[in-house]
Design a protein around this ligand. Structure first.
Ligand code: MSP
Length: 649
């Protein structure tokens, strides 16, 4: 039973645009470790994760695949849930933004904000990054591109609903001022404060250019723009507003754990939305750093290129869940970016897990079997070295708590490994194999075996939040299978006597790093469909016979604008276009009536083969041809933004 109160922790809800990679796994593994740690130390924990399923990007991906957006996300979400099941991620709820419970509640929250006078209709004009689904102002761009993902932005304008974010600037500054711990790390906090001080624009919260989203309750033409839809998941999953039992118990959240690129949404926009709805604010937003691959953020597109394998499913199959979790939690410093390579990962797994922890357990179990018939003896002697080991072992839990309070997972694990290394050194110092040779030294030998057993028992408790399967395996080998893992027991040294140990398989087998690297490079290469060097492979296309430059130069390509389009009266497959090219207007006929409606072609700026000999098509003249990209199944018009009449060369 919990005595310390509730603890509500969340991860971002991930986009199910494609399978997740090591970066998403990193965030979820941290949240899971914290949830397990808090549960073990007596909190009533609620751990939420999920998927953010609406938006233009998903709609476009589904269209390209020829499936409905719902079918598209269902398949990806299935894979995500399987991944978390394999990793035994201990979430209490998984929210999908397409679930009716979420959809209905988001609409209710929208209405609440609307009724409070914080939502109005206006026109949005800005620079839009499609992959991030974010509008940016000129001054926010980095080198003219999206400051989050670095990709180009395009000017866009549309009628939209707005949230009066600007109204909350002072209250937000007050929030940061009065709660120095609200956002960590500190550097992010300063960034956010200056962002607010620059002046906050109202936030566009609806879209009418696509329909894969939650309808705006007061205007069916619009769907709620992804951030209002996404951020509210943290309370809709708790049943707010119509089934508030969990909400009343767990809200406000203790921690929203998020990547640094979405700190702004969580520490400015989300609190302002909550203020507007009259709800309490989360206690803390924690921004973690990125895993980098070749200097860039690991991302879905980047993941597909390199020789380093970033697919958690592959890594788990080869090295196991706990090795991967340990690596992610031990290697990186919370809040900072860190480089990911397979080599760094394998070294961590080998040195810390196979060598340090694995050896400690297997040596101890073997010695207890060999020197005391597999039974944990009583300690019969004591010296300074014993005292040192005991002090370090029983002192670790408090240090782990201290580090976990700071989300310093790597330091918490380092505290545990201080114990592991001390215990290995203790074996070397005490040299039990020497003691075993002298029957008079048996009491001393028993002490060594017993102290090692107790130390390993403590380690098995300390590692539980990070590697619960390994913890259980160690406890099985140590004859502790019968007892639950209790955090308080990590503060006690004298708890074992008479347990029957039993050697099992190596908890972390040693890896041949060179061999593993080669095999991983091979897998990476296959996944990328290219060379291991990261260079994409090039297979020549089957082309028509080569032509001379002079042949090419005979063609006059011009930019044209389609002013009018209609179906050919006598041919189902033909569209008849009236095209303006500078001063000239002419008729061009194309066989694309099955791919395009006449209406959608009007206004398109196209490329015309302008000097092609005119010909008659079913009784109508066609003067020139338009360029299309055609894969035999689907046809796309080739367009340009250049002025009509201009030469294309
Ligand atoms: N759907 C939004 C979040 C909405 S939360 C209300 C989103 N989704 S996402 O799929 O792009 O996931 C973003 C999160 O995944 C990051 O905030 C971070 O936690 C994690 N990571 C994605 N790539 C990462 C790295 N390369 N490194 C570390 N974490 C990364 O944004």
């Amino acid at each position: 039973m919990s005595t310390k109160g509730t603890y509500y922790i969340t991860t971002p809800i991930y986009y199910p645009s494609s399978n997740l990679h090591i970066g998403h796994t990193y965030c979820t593994v941290m949240a899971d470790a914290m949830a397990r740690f808090k549960r073990l130390s007596g909190y009533d924990v609620r751990f939420l994760t999920g998927t953010d399923e609406h938006g233009q990007k998903i709609q476009t991906l589904a269209e390209a695949k020829g499936v409905s957006p719902q079918a598209y996300v269902d398949e990806v979400v299935d894979g995500i849930k399987k991944l978390w099941a394999t990793m035994e991620i201990s979430y209490d709820d998984f929210i999908r933004t397409t679930e009716p419970r979420h959809v209905e509640r988001v609409q209710k929250i929208f209405m609440k904000m609307y009724e409070n006078g914080d939502i109005y209709k206006g026109e949005y004009e800005g620079l839009y990054c499609t992959p991030c689904e974010s509008f940016w102002t000129e001054s926010q761009l980095v080198n003219g591109c999206c400051p989050d993902c670095g990709r180009p932005v395009t000017p866009a304008k549309e009628e939209a609903y707005f949230f009066r974010l600007s109204k909350y600037a002072d209250k937000l500054l007050e929030l940061f001022d009065k709660n120095p711990d609200f956002l960590q790390p500190e550097s992010r906090r300063n960034e956010m404060i200056s962002f607010i001080k620059q002046g906050l624009d109202d936030l566009c919260i609806s879209r009418s250019t696509f329909d894969w989203g939650i309808p705006v309750p007061i205007d069916e033409k619009h769907v709620i723009y992804v951030w209002l839809d996404a951020l509210t998941n943290y309370i809709t999953a708790l049943g707010y507003p119509d089934e508030p039992e969990l909400y009343e118990k767990y809200w406000p959240a203790d921690v929203h754990l998020v990547g640094k690129e979405i700190v702004r949404f969580h520490s400015i926009i989300w609190p302002a939305m909550l203020m507007s709805a009259g709800l309490p604010l989360p206690k803390k937003v924690l921004g973690h750093g990125w895993l980098l691959l070749g200097g860039e953020k690991v991302s879905k597109s980047k993941a597909a290129k390199g020789a380093d394998v970033v697919d958690p499913v592959v890594l788990i199959e080869r090295y196991g869940v706990d090795a991967l979790k340990y690596f992610l939690l031990r290697e990186y410093t919370f809040g900072q970016d860190g480089v990911f390579t397979n080599e760094v990962m394998l070294k961590r797994m080998n040195y810390d897990l196979a060598n340090d922890l694995g050896n400690l357990v297997s040596r101890t179990v073997s010695m207890i079997e060999k020197y005391n018939g597999g039974v944990v003896p009583e300690a019969k002697t004591n010296d300074e070295i014993d005292d040192d080991l005991k002090a370090i072992a029983v002192g670790a839990a408090a240090k782990v708590e201290e580090q976990m309070d700071k989300f310093a997972f790597n330091m918490a694990l380092e505290e545990i490994w201080i114990v592991v290394r001390r215990a290995n050194k203790y074996i070397d110092e005490k040299a039990p194999w020497v003691l075993a040779k002298d029957p008079e030294k048996k009491p001393e030998l028993d002490t060594v075996l017993k102290n090692l057993a107790e130390t390993i028992r403590i380690i098995s408790i300390l590692i539980y939040p990070f590697m619960h399967t390994t913890s259980k395996e160690i406890r099985k080998q140590m004859g502790l299978w019968y007892s639950d893992v209790v955090w308080e027991d990590a503060f006690e040294f004298e708890m074992m006597y008479g347990e029957q140990v039993k050697k099992g398989p190596a908890i972390f087998p040693r890896l041949d790093i060179e061999k593993e690297l080669e095999e991983l490079a091979e897998i990476g290469k296959k996944a990328a469909g290219g060379a291991a060097s990261g260079e994409p492979e090039s297979i020549p296309l089957e082309l028509k016979p080569e032509i001379e430059y002079d042949d090419f130069d005979k063609i006059d390509f011009r930019v044209g604008i389609i002013e009018k389009a209609e179906k050919h009266p006598k041919a189902d497959k033909l569209l008849v276009f009236q095209v303006k090219m500078g001063t000239e207007r002419r008729q061009v006929i194309s066989g694309v009536a099955e791919d395009f409606s006449p209406e959608e072609m009007v206004g398109k700026k196209v490329i015309v083969v302008a000097n092609l000999k005119p010909r008659q098509l079913r009784g109508m003249e066609s003067k020139g041809m338009l360029l299309f990209a055609d894969n035999g199944k689907r046809c796309e018009i080739v367009t340009t933004t250049a002025p009509d009449g201009e030469v294309v060369s």
